[in-house]
Design a protein around this ligand. Structure first.
Ligand code: PLP
Length: 390
């Protein structure tokens, strides 16, 4: 069967080998603990699931929504932006609802780039920028370097059409301060590219100030779009709800593209999403969000402490549920050896060439499992090969 050049341009799925070994171990009845995918095991708050259940019974709940999202949800998004970031956005022209932010990160590129255009993506970075965004739009992903704090090395190269930036970051867990965000925005403006700022982890900080929005940068919103997700903030990954906010011209292009692709997030999910966002009364998180951040923090402390006792150099991240660990030698080999010991993690290489010597752990499983995973890692016969030399 004919396959498009576009399809063939997407690199092979680096996880497939690992998934096969994991499935084989499970089938053989062997122990497997997953510190792999970042999908919270904690449930959403009952206020959210109650809203979902009751809105399912409302008249018209079963009918199509629109790809841009229902007015009540866009209003809730605009209110949340004002409370959380002190930024005013017009729910009609500056907000678009997304079926999870992943979809938006990919579809946004289609309305901005032409075949052959360059799209700047972080290395390491969430693979959807270079693959779902650039390659599926027949554009060329160009990886940009990060500094020792895993922030973009500025200035951005001229001549690209679109730049993706993501903080708090997957996979490195790096945070950008308001000054960093301002510098990033100014550099993107100078380069003439659209800046797509992925703020999916804005609510997952352990301490300190809440992370900023790119729309807080002084000046106009021109050329700026920010992506948010309800997935990580409210433990709603499987609900599929997120949103894009920013420059009305970019939002209108995104709406036009999406109107040809999807018919929107189900109304009852948007109702649940509205109740979730309305839990905020200001910049600080409501208790429901605060408590899951506390739980991720204590799990992370367990993981970091355990790995350091084993001889690694892990430092406590400021947030997200990811630990980006440097190992001696190949991260992919370490992941393969861990898998044979019964622990699943993601090789840093899955996020770009700069991830060669790294492994990403995710703490989306309970503390007992994390402790058990550490025990299993400590028993690995070749563990010392991966420890940093001191
Ligand atoms: C950096 C980043 N952005 C966006 C997403 C997509 O989240 P969702 O589509 O569930 O909103 C993820 C998911 O892992 C992510 O890590």
């Amino acid at each position: 069967m004919k396959k498009s050049k576009r399809l063939l341009s997407i690199p092979p799925y680096i996880f497939s080998d690992l998934e096969r070994i994991e499935a084989e171990r499970k089938q053989a009845g062997e122990e497997v603990i997953s510190l792999g995918i970042g999908d919270p095991d904690l449930p959403p708050s009952e206020r959210i699931t109650d809203a979902l259940a009751s809105s399912l019974k409302e008249e018209g709940a079963h009918r199509y929504s629109t790809s841009a999202g229902e007015p009540f949800f866009r209003n809730a998004i605009s209110d949340w932006y004002r409370k959380r970031f002190g930024v005013t956005v017009d729910p009609e022209t500056e907000v678009c609802v997304l079926i999870g932010s992943k979809e938006g990160l990919s579809n946004i590129a289609r309305g901005i780039v032409d075949p052959g255009d360059r799209v700047l993506c972080p290395d390491p970075g969430y693979p959807v920028y270079s693959q779902g965004g650039a390659l599926l739009s027949d554009a060329i992903p160009e990886l940009y370097q990060l500094d020792e704090n895993f922030l973009p090395v500025l200035p951005f190269r001229d001549g690209s059409s679109l730049i993706y930036v993501n903080h708090p970051n997957n996979p490195t867990a790096s945070f950008a301060s308001p000054v960093d965000v301002r510098n990033i925005t100014e550099s993107a403006r100078e380069s003439g590219a659209v800046l797509c700022y992925d703020n999916a982890y804005s609510e997952l900080y352990f301490d300190g100030d809440p992370p900023p929005s790119v729309l807080q940068t002084p000046g106009s919103m021109e050329g700026l779009v920010e992506m948010h997700s309800l997935s990580k903030t409210f433990n709603m990954t499987g609900f599929r709800a997120g949103f894009a906010v920013g420059d009305s011209s970019i939002i209108s292009s995104l709406k036009k593209i999406k109107s040809q692709i999807d018919s929107g997030v189900p109304r009852f999910i948007q109702k649940a999403g509205t109740v979730a966002l309305e839990m905020y009364s200001g910049i600080r998180r409501p208790e429901e969000v605060e408590s899951s951040a506390r739980e991720f923090r204590s799990r992370m402390q367990t993981l970091v402490g355990g790995l350091n006792d084993a001889g690694f150099d892990a430092s406590m991240p400021r947030g997200t549920f990811y630990l980006w660990l440097r190992v001696n030698g190949s991260g992919t080999e370490f992941v393969r050896d861990m898998l044979n010991a019964g622990v699943v993690a993601v090789p840093g290489r899955a996020f770009g060439p700069a991830g060669e010597h790294y492994v990403r752990f995710s703490v989306t499983t309970n503390i007992d499992s994390i402790q058990r995973a550490i025990e299993l890692i400590c028993r690995m016969p070749d563990l010392k090969n991966y420890l940093p030399h001191h």
